[in-house]
Design a protein around this ligand. Structure first.
Ligand code: UD1
Ligand code: UDP
Length: 367
């Protein structure tokens, strides 16, 4: 009898990173695949699922405007309880470190269902950075039967926590699978940009940066636009109200800062390809940009993705006005320095992570 695997997606990055796994699983005859969308994100999730032609079988429609973490967690657990009861899967898979993933892992534990963690073992070692993701992924890791670690360093993190080496598989990150399926296409950003100007692409959404840290990020973005007439800044603003309000208040009126709604995945990849430099606190962007040969200044104090920093193609600047200005100016002014950071390297994957995950599951579930 076919094994039943439920693949869970809640937010935009989970959909991007799970889509290649879902599509690879759907090719297999020994599995019945079901897609569960918690819809912790609504529009941002829907656009990614549509881009990859993935249709949810169950949709919990959990998003509410500016929902508190406790409310989100409680509502997810209650709804997941019902779904797992009804679906009775053999295996559940989820990716990353969102509240969706943490609650799914916990609900599986209570229901005695085997849980596989995609993108396992990322750690900063500080439960407040990123908040609440470091705790979410630590909890998910403690409850996983399969740990699909993207890199050797994520494998070591898990070994240090006492996870058996036999349960850890270094697969690469599925984000590179997704990127490789689209990056070679002729993609359109869909926004009229000035082709004579260098493009700086910005994204920001981390909860630990809300308030004063994010104000410093916005001040630096504005100061850069003032200082360099030959740059244009494109900033697709995350819809979390804590971000939207400040970004619009501090940046909307500048003639060379283009604020827009979150871009769909394909236009966003087009924007990364067109960018001269990326300023971001995103996890996924730290993985994608090096593969596209684009320098990233990370607007965070810590990263759980040290590989690209070690390679010298990503730099941590923090949500710090002076550091953002200094490093951006160096990249804008010094072509040799820029070239050293614009090397195309892909420490996070080779585009075949999903195939490896499917092969591991097949071996364990059908032998
Ligand atoms: C969430 C994840 C974070 C992940 C990020 C990716 C948690 C706690 N946070 O952060 O780990 O890096 O997604 O983007 O799991 N909203 C919309 N439309 C959308 C999506 C969000 O309006 O399509 C607004 C809503 O007001 C929502 C708020 O953003 O309540 C926050 O969404 P939430 O999922 O709680 O947190 P994010 O900041 O998006
Ligand atoms: N992304 C997108 N549109 C945007 C900004 C980002 O499609 O306007 C994609 C990006 O390519 C990456 C993912 O969203 O794959 C990252 O999501 P996000 O930064 O929201 O979350 P994180 O990776 O930090 O969890």
């Amino acid at each position: 009898m076919a094994k039943k695997i439920v693949c869970v997606v809640g937010t935009r990055p989970e959909a991007i990173k799970m889509a290649p796994v879902i599509l690879a699983l759907k090719k297999e005859s020994w599995i019945e695949v079901r897609v569960l969308a918690t819809a912790q994100h609504r529009h941002m999730l829907d656009q990614v699922l549509a881009a990859f032609a993935v249709e949810p079988d169950v949709d919990l429609d959990i998003m509410r405007p500016n929902q508190a973490l406790t409310t989100l967690t409680a509502r997810l657990l209650l709804d997941l309880d019902d779904v797992l009861q009804a679906e009775k899967p053999d295996v559940v898979l989820a990716q990353g470190d969102t509240t969706t993933v943490m609650t799914v892992a916990l609900a599986c534990f209570y229901h005695r269902i085997s849980f596989g963690h995609v993108e396992a073992g990322l750690r900063t070692g500080d439960i407040n950075n990123p908040f609440p993701e470091e705790m979410n992924r630590t909890v998910a890791g403690r409850l996983s039967r399969w740990h699909f670690a993207p890199t050797q360093s994520s494998r070591y993190n898990l070994l240090r926590e006492g996870v058996s080496g036999a349960d850890i598989y270094v697969t690469g990150n599925t984000v590179i699978d997704a990127l490789m399926t689209v990056a070679k296409r002729d993609l359109d950003i869909g926004i009229d940009l000035d082709s004579s100007k260098r493009l700086i692409l910005v994204t920001a959404h981390r909860r630990e940066n809300f308030g004063e840290p994010f104000r410093q990020v916005c001040r630096a973005i504005r100061a850069l636009a003032d200082a360099y007439p030959d740059i244009e800044i494109l900033y697709p603003v995350h819809p979390n109200p804590n971000v939207t309000e400040m970004a619009h208040a501090l940046l909307a009126d500048h003639p060379r800062i283009r604020l827009c709604a979150p871009l769909d995945y394909l236009p966003f990849v087009a924007a990364m390809k067109r960018a001269y430099l990326i300023l971001s606190d995103s996890g996924g962007v730290q993985e994608e940009a090096p593969a596209l040969g684009k320098p990233v200044l990370v607007l965070r104090r810590e990263t759980e993705r040290p590989e690209a920093v070690t390679e010298g193609v990503v730099k941590l600047v923090g949500p710090d006005y002076d550091a953002i200005m200094m490093e951006s100016m160096r990249l804008l002014d010094d072509p040799a320095y820029y070239a050293s950071m614009a090397r195309g390297v892909s420490p996070y994957g080779d585009g075949h992570a999903s195939e490896r995950i499917v092969a591991i599951l097949q071996k364990d579930l059908t032998d």
